[in-house]
Write a protein that binds this ligand. Structure first.
Ligand code: MRU
Length: 356
């Protein structure tokens, strides 16, 4: 009912869509075996989809959480402004508890929260303002990915082989992707790039999602296991690395999918440029690196292959941190929608903050 004008960019693969009184998403847990599309008008169902990783990837969870709050705005029967505000804020709090590491979630929810806390003359006015803000977050994500892709694709040369980790593609955003967006744009501009995708244990986002996306686009991709990175780099098979990020903290720490740090160390050892594609909504100027909560996920993710069978003894103790931290000195540059953040990253990040 309050859909904003849609651009032609939205014709491409979208992992999340707003249907006016429901949200539709691609269940990434089922990819590549099944292309299941789920629809729900229940914000709690969306919270669970984020927790289970049906919807995952830093930008995607931020957008989904904002749309979940918009559902309350559209569907709640609250009659007074006070009652509506309290229902909306309760949903904001619920969504904040879904996953702890990606800052885009909190960034999107903060935006929606500050709209909820504004002054309104009617519930209708508040409802419309909340939906408008959630849809702006949605639309901005598409624009920002396109912009990063345009900027980042200039870093890639014809014939490059780019290694990427996890899935930083359309399935981690609303559409197009961050790291995969850069690769896509280079490919679309005629550069014959190839991709090496790491499988990304334990949830296999690389093997399942990145491979699926790239093969759909006809971009050449080879899959490796995570422990092959050193070998392929030592053989000169990787020209550049591009990954996404869940949080970037000045002076340039990059919090991203577990395994990213190992790849950065190896890239440094083999003098392979290491790029991070991250929108400015992923940059966290407020937190300190020691305060970041690294999500510890269910140990069965490590004990099993996608809950299908055990690869070890069912009662073995495991560690399952979902993210790691790459220090600034290992990062060649960060590609944002406002431009490149180059070394020294700290100065460059501070300059970026002042940029409109
Ligand atoms: O646990 P996930 O699959 O949500 O983790 C996602 C990542 O770490 C991505 O690399 C990151 O969000 C960047 S995506 C644009």
């Amino acid at each position: 009912m309050w859909l904003t004008n849609r651009s032609s960019v939205l014709e491409m693969l979208k992992s999340i869509e707003w249907l006016g009184d429901r949200v539709r998403w691609i269940n990434t847990l089922k990819i590549p075996w099944e292309e299941e599309v789920v629809e729900s008008g229940d914000p709690e169902r969306i919270a669970q989809a984020i927790e289970r990783m049906e919807i995952r990837g830093a930008p995607a969870i931020g957008v989904a959480a904002a749309l979940a709050v918009a559902l309350v705005a559209v569907r709640s029967s609250a009659e007074s402004l006070e009652e509506l505000k309290s229902k909306l804020l309760a949903t904001v709090e619920r969504m904040k508890r879904t996953r702890p590491t990606a800052v885009n979630l909190y960034w999107a929810l903060r935006r929606v929260e500050s709209v909820i806390k504004g002054e309104y003359v009617s519930t209708r006015e508040l409802r419309e303002a909340v939906v408008r803000e959630a849809l702006s977050i949605y639309e901005e994500d598409i624009y920002v990915n396109r912009k990063m892709a345009e900027i980042g694709s200039k870093l890639l040369d014809d014939g490059d082989t780019v290694l990427t980790h996890c899935n930083a593609g359309a399935l981690a955003t609303v559409a197009y992707g961050t790291a995969l967006g850069v690769i896509r744009a280079a490919w679309e501009s005629g550069k014959r790039v190839k991709v090496i995708a790491t499988e990304t244990r334990p949830m296999l986002q690389g093997a399942r999602l990145t491979v699926w996306e790239l093969m759909k686009d006809g971009i050449p991709v080879k899959l490796i296991t995570d422990n092959m990175v050193g070998y392929v780099m030592s053989r000169g098979l990787v020209s550049k690395v591009i990954v996404g990020a869940d949080r970037v903290i000045p002076p340039g720490y990059v919090v991203n999918k577990i395994g990213t740090y190992t790849i950065a160390v190896l890239a440094n050892r083999h003098r392979v440029p290491f790029y991070v594609a991250a929108p400015t909504s992923t940059i966290d100027y407020e937190s300190k690196i020691e305060d970041i909560v690294i999500e510890e996920r269910n140990p069965d993710e490590v004990r099993t292959v996608l809950s299908k069978f055990y690869v070890t003894l069912p009662n073995v103790e495991v560690l399952n941190p979902a993210f790691d931290i790459t220090p600034p000195e290992l990062v060649t540059a960060i590609i944002t929608e406002k431009g490149l953040v180059t070394q020294p990253l700290e100065e460059s990040l501070l300059r970026l903050r002042k940029q409109p």
